[in-house]
Design a protein around this ligand. Structure first.
Ligand code: NDP
Ligand code: 2IT
Length: 444
């Protein structure tokens, strides 16, 4: 049995029921086969893949808090500190009822390679809880965040582990978490990113993941003789990533015709009016179906099905495994030629394989959505310097980073004779830097 297959078996048997983690490891190791095979003896002796797939540390803890009725609630919190070879652990916190250890481990594993691709000194980590912020009052969210941080603060710090937002964690939650960290430790330091602009946040961090997605998409299109301007785009989700991907796509002349949330999707053939969406999602925290009250020509459909809308470009920006093989086929048959993942692992493995086998341009999440964490690293730099850069400075750096990621991904895919396979390119380019750093630091 090859070393890669041995490790795949080991990961499944040592982490039973962590299906998303298995999926993420399998995708990465499958595309590293050529690299591993060429160095099998050395890598095996050094147990490189055993170390890469075993988190440095997993912390799981109780989060008790009191709801508005006086009832005590208990959630489970996690922080997975996966790999610190190239910098302090860095990665978001997800608050969603589906959160479990396997999901946090898949996200932490992906984050290692994503952070490596940014070229910045950040290791891989992720955390979160099965707490559902939906429908909770601000006081309940604050109570949860304070209790969560009361435990988490023991494990994080500006030079050790720097969490940020992810699903269910935006400016409000980061504020509550930061306040509690500061109160407990007395430290005013860059321990979280995505902070508000009045207390150490970076301009353009809010926009960064969505803008970065469109920057790398444009780069991929222009390298393949195409352009975004004039194209019809379908974007899933209507959270942070989806909103700012829509904004930048519109600025660059594309027409975004659909967005969704976990209840259903809207289709506006005239192009989405983003001000209405921002009001619904960022201000009222309401459901996307309210859009059609303001735009009666738009159509709301309950449930899944957003990928049945004809488009040139599809950008899944909601959650993992939201785009299945049947969706991939429908997109292709409707003339879609490019897909870039704003979310983490939104396409199933079968859908990803279909995109690649059918010659569609496909940029995987760990490259496509790296603009968020890259700008978080820029926020860390500004905090260390005790300086703030302008929006234009940060945005220009973000753009450079995304263009640089495309170049690394494209180059790695060419070096291993898989030109245009950006899944392989991202996994290989991300892996190379991490392995070099791990090897240099000895057996740790
Ligand atoms: P938000 O919480 O702001 O928005 C999430 C969106 O996705 C909402 O519209 C939500 O709908 C929808 N969604 C979430 N879970 C599900 C589900 N199980 N089924 C259907 N729809 C769902 O999160 P973000 O925009 O920050 O994150 C979106 C994706 O992007 C995630 O995969 C995240 O890991 C990834 N990402 C985020 C980065 C960031 O900087 N924020 C950086 C890189 C990647 P509803 O409101 O109904 O739940
Ligand atoms: O998945 C991700 O890259 C994020 N949620 C952002 C992480 C960060 O540290 O900004």
């Amino acid at each position: 049995m090859s070393y890669v297959d041995e490790i795949l078996e080991r990961v499944v048997s040592k982490n039973p029921s962590e299906t998303e983690f298995h999926q993420a490891v399998k995708e990465v190791l499958d595309s590293l086969r050529c690299v591993i095979d060429a160095n099998e003896e050395k890598y095996k002796k050094d147990a490189v893949l055993e170390r890469l797939t075993e988190p440095e540390r997993v912390v799981s803890f109780r989060v008790p808090w009191i709801d508005d009725k006086g009832q005590v609630q208990v959630n489970r919190g996690f922080r997975v500190q996966f790999n610190s070879a190239i910098g302090p652990y860095k990665g978001g916190l997800r608050l969603h009822p589906s959160v479990n250890q396997g999901i946090i481990k898949f996200l932490g594993f992906e984050q290692i390679f994503k952070n490596s691709l940014t070229g910045l000194p950040i290791g891989g980590g992720k955390g979160g809880s099965d707490f559902d912020p939906k429908g909770k009052s601000d006081r309940e969210v604050m109570a949860f965040c304070q209790s969560f941080m009361t435990e988490l603060h023991k494990y994080i710090g500006a030079d050790t582990d720097v969490p940020a937002g992810d699903i269910g964690v935006g400016a409000r939650e980061i504020g509550f978490l930061y306040g509690q960290y500061k109160r407990i430790t007395g430290l005013y330091e860059g321990v979280l990113t995505g902070k508000g602009l009045t207390y150490g946040g970076s301009l353009a961090r809010t926009q960064a993941t969505g803008y970065g997605l469109i920057y790398i998409l444009s780069e991929m299109l222009s390298h393949n003789g195409k352009e975004l301007s004039g194209k019809t785009v379908v974007i899933s989700g209507s959270g942070n990533v989806a909103i700012y991907a829509t904004e930048k796509a519109q600025q660059l002349g594309a027409k975004v015709v659909a967005l969704s949330d976990s209840n259903g999707y809207i289709y506006d053939k005239d192009g989405i009016d983003l001000d209405i969406v921002k009001e619904i999602k960022e201000v009222k925290r309401a459901r996307i179906k309210e859009y059609v009250e303001k735009k009666p020509n738009a159509v709301y459909t309950e449930g899944k099905g957003i990928w049945s809308i004809p488009c040139d470009v599809a950008l899944p920006c909601a959650t993992q495994n939201e785009l299945h093989l049947e969706d991939a086929k429908t997109l292709f048959n409707n003339g879609c030629f490019a897909v870039a993942e704003g979310a983490n692992m939104p396409s199933t493995r079968e859908a990803t394989d279909f995109f690649l086998e059918n010659g569609m341009l496909f940029m995987p999440g760990k490259a496509a959505n790296a603009g968020g964490v890259a700008t978080s690293a820029l926020e860390m730099s500004q905090n260390s310097q005790r300086l703030s850069w302008t929006f234009e400075e940060v945005d220009a750096k973000l753009k450079d980073i995304m263009v640089g990621i495309f170049a690394k991904v494209d180059d790695a895919s060419s070096r291993y004779n898989m030109k245009g396979n950006y899944v392989a390119g991202a996994n290989i380019a991300g892996f190379e830097k991490v392995i070099e750093a791990m090897t240099a630091q000895g057996i740790v």
